[in-house]
Design a protein around this ligand. Structure first.
Ligand code: T1G
Ligand code: NAD
Length: 710
C-alpha cells in the first residue's frame, strides 16, 4: 500500500501522490492508501489543505478494469470502497484539491469530484468513459457531474464517454482553474498555490453533492434526456449502457443525492454483469493486446518513418496519402498519368472539404495537410522516402513490375509496403533484392477513415520492419494487427465464407433485404448484401475467377452475384446490384432480383424454403467463426482477439458483441459446433468444422482460454 500512494508536505499542504503506473488505476490498495493519507493529513496540525495528484504522466485513469472480471455478483468488497474515499474527501474539514494532468477518467474523475476543488494542466483531459466498457459511472459520477456541469453536459459525457479538454471542463464548471505549465512539477506548484489560497479564503468549502443550482427540474431535464436517448439510439445502436447512464443522470434530478446514488449503484451492477460489458472490456484489452508480438519484445529497434511515398492515387492510394498527411508525415503521391493524378488529388481535396464542412477540421489544418502531399508523375524523392507504399491495381504482374522499379530506386533501409488485398506478399517480395524490407500494409476503404491496418508478415520480412510497421500504425492513429500471408489474409479470408453463405441463403429463399436486416439488428453497421453493393459485386466475381482453388470441383458455388454482374449490376457504382439505388444512394428492394434468385434456384435445383432469422444469423456468423478457427490453428492470426479486433475495426462487427470469436465464446463453443454440424448435414462440404473448434468444444473451453494458454 505504501508503494501505491506517497505522502509528502509542501508549504503546509499535504500531498497525496498516487503511484500506480502506467495510468494510476484505482487497483486494490490505492483507495485505501488515499484514505489513509487523508486521515493522516486531517489530523496533522502542520497541514492546512490536501492535494491529490497522480505520479508520472497522469492523474487517475479510473477503476482497475482488470479487476472487473474477478467480481462476482454476490461478492462483498474487501476494505473501504472508492465511494468511501470520495465521501472522505468531500467531508474533510480541510480543503481538498484534485490536481489533474494526463487523464482523469472514470473513477479518477469521480474521485476528483469528491474533492472540494479541481485544478488541471491545459493539456489534461477529463471524462466518464465507462459506457465504452458497457457500464456506467459507479462512484457517484452520474450524481455529482450534473451538479457541477449541468444536466446537458453530464448527459453528453456519461452517455457517450468522450473526453473533454481542461479548458472546456473549466468553462462547464468541472474544473476550477487551469494551471499553466507542462508537467507534474508545474501542476503540483499550481495546485499547492491554489490550495493555500483556499485556506486563506476560508470555508465552508463546496461539496458537489450539495450543489443543486445547476440541476434544474425534472421537467427541464426530460427533453434533454429524450434528446440524448434519441442520439444514443442512432449513434450507439444496440448498446445498453448509454441508455442506462441517461437513466442514472435523470435520477440525479428527480431524487435527492442519497437516493440518487442508490439508483446509480443498482444500474451500475446491472450493467457490470451484462454480456455487453464483458464484450466491450474484451475489446478494450484486445486492442492493447494486438500490439504485442510474441517474438518481437517491447523496445525492439524500429526505423524512423519521417517521410513516405505512395504509388497509385486511386481509391486506396489517395486515402493512404491522407492518413500520412494527417499524422504530419510528408508524402509523395505518384500516378502514371497527369489525368489520373488530377482525379486522385481532386478526391483528396473533396474529402478534406467535407471534413471542413462537418467541422471536423479547421481550414488551417486542411491547408497544412494538403501541403504535406506532393502529387507527381515522376519518381522525384522516392529515393529519399523512409517508406514506399504501393497501391496500384490488384494484378500480380503489375505489382512485380512496380516492386522491381521500387527496388532500384528506394534507399537502403526503406520499408517497401504493398496494399494488396489478396496477392502473395512473398511472391511480390521475390522480385526485389531485399525481401526482408517488404511487408503488406493492408488498409481498409476509405483508408483515411477506417482504423484497421492489417500488417502482413512475409516469410522473409525482418522483425525490424514488423516493429516499424506496428509503431507506424499507432502514429497513423490506426489499429495495426499483425497477420500471416494467406489468401485474403485474415479479414477477407473470413469475409469470403460470410458473404458466400449470405448468397446461398438468398438463393434458398431468404430475401436479400431480410438477410441484411437480421445482421443490422444484430448490430452490424451494414448487412452483407449492402456491403457487397458498396464494395462492388465485380470485386467478388474477379476473386472467384482468379482464385479457382476457393471453389474446388464438386462444391456448391454462389451464383447470384455473378449473375447480377452479368446484368451489369455491380452495386452502387452502377446504380443497381442486390438493390436498386436512387439519387443520394437511397436503397430500394428490386423485384427483378427476387425473380433472378427464383430462376437460379429452379435452374440449379436449389430448394426454396422458409428460412428463419436465427438460421440467417447463425449461418453467416458461424461461417466467420469456423474460418477464424482454421486461421488460428494455421497460425495466420496470433490470437483470437486479433481476429476480433480486425472485425471490430475493419468490418463493422458490433462492438458490444466483442468480435466474432468472442461472440462464439459467449454463445458456447459446444453450441456453435452443434449448429455447424447441423449445417454440415444440410449443406455439406463448406461446413466441415475446424479441428480447433471441435477440440475446444470438446474441452468445454473458449477461444479466449486458448489465447491465454499460448
Ligand atoms: N485499468 C487497468 N488497466 C488499464 C486501465 C484501467 N483503467 N487503463 C489503461 N490500462 C492499461 C492498458 O491495458 C495498458 O496496459 C496500459 O494501461 C496503458 O494503456 C468506478 C467503474 C488512460 C487514455 O475506461 O482510456 O472507473 O497493454 O496503452 O494510450 O465509475 O488507457 O501496457 O499492459 O491505453 O496512454 C474507466 C481506460 C474505468 C480508462 C491512456 N476508465 N483507459 O491511454 O495507454 S471504469 C477508462 C484509457 C471506472 C468507475 C468506473 C487509456 C488512457 P498494457 P494505453 P494510453
Ligand atoms: P484503383 O483502381 O482505385 O487505383 C489504382 C491506381 O493505381 C489507379 O489510379 C492507377 O492509375 C494507378 N496505377 C496503376 N499502375 C500504376 C503505376 N505503375 N504507378 C503508379 N500508379 C499506378 O484501385 P484501388 O481500389 O485503390 O486498389 C489499389 C490496391 O489496393 C489494390 O491492390 C487493391 O487490391 C488494394 N485494396 C483495395 C481496397 C478497396 O476497397 N478498394 C481495399 C484494400 C486494398
Amino acid at each position: 500500500m505504501g508503494e501505491l500512494v506517497r505522502l509528502s508536505v509542501e508549504h503546509g499542504v499535504g500531498v497525496i501522490t498516487v503511484q500506480n503506473p502506467p495510468v494510476n488505476a484505482l487497483s486494490p490498495g490505492v483507495p485505501e492508501g488515499i484514505l489513509q493519507g487523508l486521515e493522516q493529513f486531517v489530523s496533522d496540525h502542520a497541514v492546512g489543505a490536501i492535494v491529490l495528484i497522480g505520479g508520472g504522466r497522469t492523474f487517475i485513469a479510473g477503476a482497475d478494469i482488470k479487476e472487473f472480471g474477478k467480481i462476482t455478483s454476490g461478492q462483498k468488497r474487501r476494505g473501504p470502497g472508492l465511494t468511501t474515499v470520495i465521501q472522505g474527501l468531500e467531508t474533510s474539514q480541510k480543503p481538498t484539491v484534485a490536481a489533474i494532468h494526463g487523464h482523469a477518467f472514470g473513477g479518477g474523475l469521480e474521485t476528483a469530484q469528491g474533492c472540494h476543488y479541481r485544478v488541471a494542466l491545459r493539456s489534461a483531459q477529463v471524462g466518464q468513459p465507462e459506457v465504452k466498457l458497457g457500464i456506467i459511472p459507479g462512484a457517484h459520477g452520474t450524481q455529482r457531474l450534473p451538479r457541477l456541469a449541468g444536466v446537458k453536459k453530464a448527459l453528453e459525457m456519461c452517455a457517450f464517454g468522450n473526453p473533454v479538454s481542461a479548458a472546456e471542463a473549466c468553462e462547464s464548471g468541472i474544473i476550477d482553474r487551469v494551471v499553466d505549465g507542462v508537467g507534474y512539477d508545474d501542476l503540483l506548484a499550481g495546485a499547492v498555490a491554489f490550495a493555500t489560497e483556499m485556506v486563506a479564503k476560508g470555508g465552508p468549502h463546496p461539496k458537489a453533492s450539495e450543489q443543486d443550482q445547476k440541476l434544474g427540474t425534472p421537467e427541464e431535464a426530460a427533453p434533454l434526456c429524450e434528446a440524448a436517448r434519441a442520439l444514443v439510439r442512432k449513434k450507439r445502436r444496440g448498446h445498453m449502457a448509454p441508455l442506462k447512464a441517461i437513466d442514472a443522470v435523470a435520477a440525479a434530478v428527480s431524487l435527492p443525492f442519497p437516493e440518487g446514488v442508490k439508483r446509480e449503484a443498482e444500474i451500475f451492477r446491472e450493467c457490470l454483469f451484462s454480456t455487453q460489458s464483458k464484450a466491450l472490456i474484451h475489446a478494450f484489452f484486445a486492442e492493447r493486446q494486438v500490439r504485442k508480438v510474441p517474438d518481437i519484445p517491447k523496445g525492439f529497434p524500429a526505423r524512423d518513418v519521417r517521410s513516405a511515398a505512395v504509388l497509385g492515387a486511386g481509391t486506396m492510394g489517395g486515402g493512404i496519402a491522407m492518413s500520412y498527411a494527417n499524422a504530419g508525415i510528408p508524402v509523395r503521391l505518384k500516378e502514371v498519368t497527369q489525368e489520373a493524378l488530377d482525379r486522385g488529388v481532386a478526391i483528396i481535396r473533396k474529402n478534406y472539404e467535407r471534413s471542413l464542412k462537418r467541422g471536423r477540421f479547421t481550414r488551417e489544418y486542411v491547408e497544412q495537410r494538403v501541403a504535406l502531399i506532393t502529387p507527381q508523375t515522376g519518381w522525384d524523392g522516392f529515393d529519399e522516402a523512409d517508406i514506399i507504399v504501393e497501391a496500384v491495381f490488384e494484378n500480380m504482374a503489375l505489382k512485380k513490375e512496380v516492386f522491381h522499379q521500387i527496388d532500384g530506386i528506394a534507399r537502403p533501409g526503406a520499408v517497401l509496403a504493398t496494399n494488396t488485398s489478396t496477392l502473395n506478399i512473398d511472391e511480390i517480395a521475390s522480385v526485389t533484392s531485399r525481401p526482408e524490407d517488404v511487408i503488406g500494409h493492408h488498409f481498409f476503404s476509405p483508408a483515411n477513415v477506417m482504423r484497421l491496418l492489417e500488417i502482413v508478415r512475409g516469410a522473409k520480412t525482418s522483425k525490424e520492419v514488423v516493429a516499424t510497421s506496428m509503431a507506424l500504425a499507432r502514429s497513423l492513429k490506426k489499429v495495426g494487427v499483425l497477420v500471416g500471408n494467406c489468401h485474403g489474409f485474415v479479414g477477407n479470408r473470413m469475409f469470403h465464407p460470410y458473404r458466400r453463405e449470405a448468397q446461398f441463403l438468398a438463393e434458398e429463399g431468404a430475401e436479400p433485404s431480410r438477410v441484411d436486416r437480421v445482421l443490422y439488428e444484430f448490430g452490424a453497421a451494414m448487412g452483407p448484401m449492402a456491403v457487397g453493393d458498396l464494395a462492388g459485386l465485380d470485386v467478388g466475381m474477379r476473386v472467384r475467377k482468379e482464385a479457382p482453388h476457393l471453389y474446388p470441383p464438386g462444391t456448391r458455388r454462389p451464383l447470384a452475384e455473378d449473375a447480377l454482374c452479368e446484368m451489369g449490376r455491380y452495386g452502387q457504382k452502377t446504380g443497381a446490384g442486390w438493390y436498386r439505388y436512387g439519387p443520394d444512394r437511397t436503397r430500394h428492394e428490386d423485384p427483378a432480383v427476387d425473380e433472378l434468385l427464383k430462376r437460379i434456384a429452379a435452374e440449379h435445383g436449389i430448394e426454396q424454403r422458409q428460412i428463419s432469422d436465427d438460421e440467417i444469423l447463425d449461418r453467416v456468423v458461424y461461417a466467420l467463426v469456423n474460418e477464424g478457427a482454421r486461421i488460428l490453428e494455421e497460425g495466420y492470426a496470433l490470437r483470437s482477439c486479433d481476429i476480433d479486433i480486425i472485425y471490430l475495426y475493419g468490418y463493422g462487427f458490433p462492438a458490444h458483441r466483442g468480435g466474432p470469436m468472442f461472440y462464439a465464446d459467449t454463445v458456447g463453443l459446444d453450441k456453435v459446433l452443434e449448429r455447424v454440424e447441423e449445417f454440415r448435414g444440410q449443406h455439406g462440404h463448406w461446413w466441415r468444422p475446424a479441428p480447433l473448434l471441435k477440440q475446444l468444444a470438446a474441452q468445454r473451453s473458449t477461444f479466449k482460454d486458448w489465447d491465454q494458454s499460448r
